[in-house]
Design a protein around this ligand. Structure first.
Ligand code: FES
Length: 172
């Protein structure tokens, strides 16, 4: 899986890391929550490598342990995330009803050309991170797309375009 990241990737300030660790009475036993708070604190909603190394140093635990936790749970991000999240279901029901075409539309809309093998990408303007999921458990609504955690069913390319327009209209 390859991630195309937006150009800016800033580490978290050391004092933010110290503060978040200090907020947990037993940070070593609470590593998951420490990492979750750190990710939330980052304006690009991710955990830079420098932050993970700092966490390991400050908490006196092996960097490999911190990295293995972050890579095990899919809700942790190792690359900067777009402002909005778009998740396209690639399960069988959604695939047979056109989810690959929807992904292709997203690539094109993002100015990234045709469909490639990447399952996760962030648009060059940092507005959206697109990822796929194996199944939302809503197969009767196939094809299913989630935008910022709102589930949409029976999505066509036209409907997807409308949803993206609504998203940018909310911004302005
Ligand atoms: S296959 Fe898409 S929701 Fe189940």
């Amino acid at each position: 899986m390859i991630t195309i990241a937006p150009p800016i990737a800033e580490p978290l300030d050391a004092w933010v890391i110290d503060q978040i660790i200090a907020n947990h009475p037993d940070p070593t036993g609470d590593l998951l929550n420490v990492l979750e708070d750190l990710q939330e604190a980052h304006p690009d909603n991710y955990l830079p490598r420098t932050t993970l190394r700092a966490v390991a140093d400050r908490m006196g635990i092996a960097a490999s342990r911190v990295f293995s936790v972050v890579t095990f749970y899919s809700f942790f991000n190792l690359d900067p995330q777009g402002k909005h999240s778009v998740v396209v279901c690639r399960g069988t029901a959604c695939h047979t009803r056109g989810s690959r075409h929807l992904l292709q539309c997203l690539y094109r809309e993002s100015g990234m050309g045709g469909l490639r093998d990447e399952e996760v990408f962030t648009t060059p303007d940092g507005q959206m991170t697109v990822r796929t999921v194996a199944c939302f458990g809503q197969c009767a609504l196939a094809p299913v797309v989630a935008i910022d955690e709102d589930i949409h069913g029976y999505v066509t390319d036209v409907r997807l375009g409308e949803l993206l327009k609504e998203l940018s209209a909310r911004e302005s």
